[in-house]
Design a binder for this molecule. Structure first.
Ligand SMILES: NC(=O)c1ccc[n+]([C@@H]2O[C@H](COP(=O)([O-])OP(=O)(O)OC[C@H]3O[C@@H](n4cnc5c(N)ncnc54)[C@H](O)[C@@H]3O)[C@@H](O)[C@H]2O)c1
Length: 323
């Protein structure tokens, strides 16, 4: 019998490493691909060296090497059953530091990953983002909303690369009948986030645990909805094996203001930090909450980990890396 292989791009990242572990535990062989631009090999510590797990350090936006099955070291006798395309800088700090790489990964990288899926007759999952909704004029955001994105602002390198990636994915589905899935991922958190990745949640932990001033951009009334990583992995797996081809929101609909989140993290960390209010970030969305009705209906999925539990687990991780 042929080995069943799943190719995961962005494998050494925060979400990718958790997903690889889960797929591996489900009995699949994994080819993990990453150029380590924002990922870290230590995220894959539990898998590296294991039989049936192969890590390849390459840039998915580079042609020749990426597009050929052989170049991604998928053996001839193996059957690639799925390509999960997570590669992309994801935090604003990362994509603003790597604007061209982000656009290349969303465009060329998505094209090569789709080509691999097409040539292998494998299903394909794109990690898209709530950022395709931009600064939404509709609240909460359901999948039918087309978004409010500034196409030339600094954040456009990420938003537009993901919008292009979605368009390309749907084109492969329509033209070549590739069994594609699009996950519109909302803010996700948990162990293996980088403390210095610039996102609000790790920033608040870093500053609270070090008793440094906690930076709040704007008045802190802007809202976000945070999904714990274990819930996100379950949602991605359900979507991957579903028959769904239209985009699906994955996230936790429980909305919280940034100031409230900072207060919860400060309290949890028993911190003496004070809040420091700074000018708002450019094009920072004022509200963000997924409407997950479709995920509930089509996938039978909804998050189960409460913020209290998720934040406590995340704090233990951050404490372990600060010390
Ligand atoms: N974490 C979130 O809250 C969130 C929200 C929405 C969408 N997403 C999406 O989920 C995916 C994973 O995000 P994450 O939070 O794990 O980010 P991450 O930065 O931890 O992981 C991304 C991984 O992709 C790799 N990568 C980037 N460009 C590459 C390239 N050209 N070739 C090979 N590897 C490349 C990075 O090195 C990194 O390991 C991304 O596509 C992101 O846009 C994440």
């Amino acid at each position: 019998m042929k080995k069943k292989v799943i190719v995961v791009t962005g494998a050494a990242g925060f979400i990718g490493s958790h997903l690889c572990e889960s797929l591996y535990n489900d009995g699949f062989e994994i080819v993990g691909i990453d150029n380590l631009i924002t990922g870290r090999l230590e995220n894959l510590a539990s898998l590296l060296g294991s039989p049936g797990f192969k890590f390849i350090q390459i840039d998915v936006s580079e042609p020749v090497r990426s597009v050929e099955r052989g170049a991604w070291s998928v053996e001839r006798e193996a059957e690639v059953v799925a390509v999960v395309h997570l590669a992309s800088p994801a935090s604003p700090k990362d994509y603003l530091a790597h604007p061209i790489e982000t656009l290349r990964t969303g465009s060329f990288g998505t094209y090569y990953a789709l080509e691999l899926a097409r040539s292998s007759s494998a299903r394909f999952l794109l990690a898209s983002t709530s950022e395709v909704y931009g600064d939404p004029l509709k609240h909460p955001q359901d999948e039918s909303y087309w978004g409010n994105v500034n196409p030339i602002g600094p954040r456009s390198v990420y938003d537009e690369s993901k919008r292009f990636a979605e368009a390309l994915t749907m084109a492969y589905h329509r033209k070549y009948r590739v069994d594609t899935k699009i996950a519109r991922i909302f803010n996700t958190y948990g162990p293996r986030m980088r403390l210095e990745d610039g996102r609000a949640l790790p920033n608040f932990f870093s500053q609270s645990l070090k008793n440094e001033p906690i930076s709040i951009y704007g008045d802190g009334k802007q809202t976000r909805s945070f999904c714990y990583i274990d819930d996100m992995v379950q949602g991605l797996l359900k979507l991957l094996w579903s028959g769904e081809n239209e985009p699906i929101n994955l996230g936790n609909p429980e909305e919280v203001s940034i100031l409230q989140l900072a207060s919860e993290i400060k309290e949890l960390s028993l911190s003496s930090s004070e809040f420091k209010f700074l000018p708002p970030a450019e094009d920072d969305p004022s509200k963000r909450r997924p409407d997950i009705s479709r995920a509930e209906k089509v996938l039978g999925w909804k998050p189960t980990v409460t913020r209290t539990v998720g934040l406590a687990r995340t704090m233990e991780y951050f404490k372990s890396i600060i010390r």
